[in-house]
Every structure is written in C-alpha cells, then in structure tokens.
Design a protein around this ligand. Structure first.
Ligand SMILES: C[S@@+](CC[C@H](N)C(=O)[O-])C[C@H]1O[C@@H](n2cnc3c(N)ncnc32)[C@H](O)[C@@H]1O
Length: 446
C-alpha cells in the first residue's frame, strides 16, 4: 500500500463532547428531518466553545445541509452564514431557522388545511382513488403507501400548495408533511434509502391527517422551547443562508468576514445526496424521474458519487491550479486515479471511481479557496469527514484536504481521528480490509 510521505498517524480525540449523529435525532428542531449531517449539534457547540467564538462574531458552514451549525449558532446568539446547493434540503434549513413565525397564523392555517382535507374526503368516490393516484405519482410512490394513506397525503399536499398561506406557513407545512412521509409509509424506509418491496406493517391504518396535525403542533412547541432556552440576545444575531454553490460565494460572503468555519463536506464514499431525497421530491412533484433529479440537483452538488459522472466530461481531470498549488497532493492523486482506471476495467460494475476522485478534489480545492478568502486571519476552519477506499485504493481525504489547505495559504493543519469505521467488513472477501476513519481536519489561517 502506497503511503504519502506527509502522513503521520493522526491522534484519536477524546470524542465524548463531540456526541454522535443520534443526538440530533433526539433534539428539538434538529430532528424535523433525518439527514446525514456528518456531526452532532454537540460537536458544533464544542467547536464554538473551544475556539472562544462569542456573540457578534460569525460562524460559517459551506455545506449547511439541514442547518445544524446555523441552528446552534442562532441559539447562542452568534451570527452565521450557510450555503447549501440542494434546493429541497435548503428549504428544510430555512424552515428550521425561522423562529420568528407567527403561531396564531400557523394554527389558523392548519384549521384551513384540516377543513379542506375533510371536505375532499367526503366528496371523493373510493372507486376513483387508484386512477387518481396513478395520474399524480410515479410508481415508487404508489408502492410505498397504502392507497387510503396516499390519498390523504395528496389532499394535504394540495391543500398546502393551493392554500392562501404565507410563505413561512407553507414552509412549516412543507417540512411537517415531509417529515411524516417515511413514518406513514408501508415500505421499509431503511436508512437512508427506501425498500418498497419490504413491508412495514406498523404503518398500516395510520391516520395521516392526525399525524400531520400532531407534527405541526410538535414543531410549534419545539420552536417555543428553543426560543425559551436560547441566549436572550439571539434576536439580534443575523443569519444569512443561501441556496447556492460554496465554490462560488464571491457575491454572497465578503472577504475576511468569518471568524470560524465548521462543516462536514460530502465524503468521498459514493453517497448520492440527490437520491436520498427521491421519495420526497417525487411526492411533492418536484421531480418525476432520475433525469429531473440529475438536472435540478445532482449537477449542482460537488462530485461525490459515481451517479454524478459522465465519462466524456473533461471536468474530472485534475485542475492545473490545483497541480500548481499542491504538487505533492496531485502526484498522489494521479497515481491513485491511474490505478483506479485500470482496476475498474476488471470489475463487473466498472464504477468510475477514477473520475470521481479527480472531480472530488477539484471541487474541494475550489471550496477551500473560498473558505480561505472569507476567513479572518488568526481563525480556524474545521472539517468533519471520512476517508475512503474505492476498489481497495486508500484515499486519505483528511490529510489530502489538510495539504490542499497549506497549498492555498493556510499556515498549518492537524488531523484528529473521531472514530474508526468499516472494521465489521474485514472478513468479507467482497470488501477491502482497510480500516477507515472519520476525522476532524483543522486548518489554521495565520
Ligand atoms: C454531509 S452533508 C452536511 C450536512 C449538514 N452538516 C447538516 O447539518 O445537515 C453535505 C451537504 O453538502 C451539500 N453540498 C454538496 N455540494 C455542495 C455545494 N457545491 N455547495 C453547497 N453545498 C453542497 C449536500 O447537498 C449536503 O447537504
């Protein structure tokens, strides 16, 4: 196994105060939508505390996702920026960050939705249901729900879309209805994807309207409790979040304006963030097929899955600028890419891991350049991420990102291992035997 000469064995951190992903599944507001966040809200709190970030200062998450970093910042009355390229996930984050919403308006609008749904139910003939659903939804959705439940979901969806409500209320209803979809589905909605052929009997005969109303009440009470616990100065803090690309933030975030970056980029592990939301996008009518999802979402995200790659696109060749600023990194990547391009031809799936590696590091390089630009001097950027070993070729993403950081101007970096991963596959001949890790990479700007 080739080793990079600059890699030292990273030390493992005492990770209790970093928590685990499960913390956010239990925490109010954070748990409105289950999303691979990369870290727990406790990790954000700990990084803010350890770096002595105070009110009036600014935290930035270039891969905001569903908004964990920004939510923590808001609660502590610290200003924040967030960028998220996936429009659907951005809307989730925007909703979670809106604590200024009018409760009376929500409940008044909720009664309207309830009335419309009950009314529609009264006037709908059971024999028309199948035809109506087939006209409305792709096959995947039809397989994931009982007809009666899906009809109720559709009625609520249409009442929300057609209702004369404020955008804020529509956002709350959008997230509320989204969050019950997997609960009321009779398909095994195994994390992170869905398995329509496996039946989940606990969802049978659930009262969908009742679940929706319960969720909206929970959301309102979560906001109320969070506001109650938040720092008294939180209303004075400012939070600018954008549905945009973190490689292109020149018009959004000024130079030298950020005191701390805390983020978790997509890992180089072939996870397709666009596909993660397929059920939800199909349900809301925001996509009807794979092509829609590619066009509207996949192409906007940094390259981290082979499903994003088209082999004749030249953009996966390592960038000249990356080569110039980080020759050692590029030499390592070129050797790995060349190995991967040979190995893929010997494997059934012929996965484009070679191009994936090139595309991933090009994109990461452009993101780090932007992070360097916006970060103030004497500040740190913290990245939580995992390494990977496509076709058994180890790519130490943590060290490589550290070295790219030095190449773009950061003065130093260090890597702390948060946890090791993948050990459970070591006896499986289909998998590689490389023990992977999840790390915290800290880049320091002098
Ligand atoms: C590991 S997740 C981060 C999740 C986040 N920590 C949270 O609290 O939900 C990585 C995120 O990066 C987003 N992303 C991918 N490419 C992006 C880009 N070019 N600009 C901004 N966000 C991007 C993905 O859509 C995904 O939501």
């Amino acid at each position: 196994m080739r080793q990079l000469s600059f890699i030292e064995i990273p030390k493992t951190v005492e990770n209790k105060e970093w928590g685990t992903f499960k913390d956010s599944l239990r925490a109010p507001i954070h748990n409105w939508f289950t999303y691979p966040a990369g870290f727990s809200f406790k990790a954000v709190e700990s990084s803010i505390r350890n770096n002595c970030i105070r009110q009036g200062q600014v935290v930035y998450d270039p891969f905001m996702g569903s908004g964990t970093t920004n939510l923590v910042a808001k609660k502590l009355a610290i200003n924040s920026y967030g960028i998220e390229a996936h429009p659907f996930v951005f809307r989730i984050a925007r909703t979670k960050m809106n604590w200024e919403i009018d409760e009376d308006d929500i409940f008044h609008s909720l009664r309207e939705v309830e009335k419309r749904v009950i009314n529609r139910k009264r006037h709908f003939a059971i024999k028309n249901i199948q035809a109506c659903l087939e006209k409305e939804f792709p096959d995947l959705i039809l397989k994931c729900f009982e007809n009666i439940a899906l009809m109720d979901l559709l009625s609520i969806r249409n009442a929300v879309l057609d209702g004369n409500f404020t955008e804020d209320v529509k956002d709350i209803f959008f997230v509320g209805l989204t969050s019950i979809l997997r609960q009321v589905s009779t398909a095994a909605t195994g994390w992170p994807y869905i398995a329509p052929n496996k039946h989940k009997s606990t969802s049978l005969n659930k009262n969908v309207l009742h679940e929706f109303i319960r969720m909206i009440h929970k959301m309102v009470s979560d906001i109320r409790n969070t506001v109650h616990e938040a720092n008294v100065n939180y209303p004075k803090s400012s939070h600018e979040i954008f549905n945009a690309d973190c490689r292109k933030t020149k018009d959004l975030i000024p130079d030298l304006s950020v005191d701390h970056v805390f983020t978790s980029p997509p890992y180089l592990n072939n996870f397709d963030y666009a596909d993660r939301t397929r059920l939800e996008l199909y349900f809301w009518g925001e996509a009807k097929n794979w092509g829609d999802i590619s066009e509207n979402i996949r192409t906007r995200l940094i390259t981290s899955a082979t499903t994003q790659i088209s082999r004749d696109d030249p953009k996966y060749q390592l960038l000249d600028e990356l080569n110039k600023s980080c020759p050692k990194v590029c030499a390592f990547l070129k050797a790995s890419i060349s190995q991967l391009s040979e190995i893929r031809l010997t494997r059934g799936g012929k996965k484009s891991y070679d191009l994936l590696v090139g595309g991933y590091f090009n994109d990461i390089y452009q993101m780090i350049l932007e992070v360097y630009r916006v970060l103030k001097n004497n500040s740190k950027a913290v990245f939580v991420l995992g390494d990977s070993a496509p076709y058994g070729i180890h790519i130490p993403t943590d060290d490589l990102i550290g070295e790219i950081g030095l190449g773009v101007g950061f003065s130093e970096y260090h890597v702390d291992v948060l946890r090791e991963r993948g050990g459970k596959w070591k006896d499986n001949p289909q998998r590689h035997g490389i023990l992977l890790r999840e790390s915290i990479v800290t880049l320091e700007k002098a």
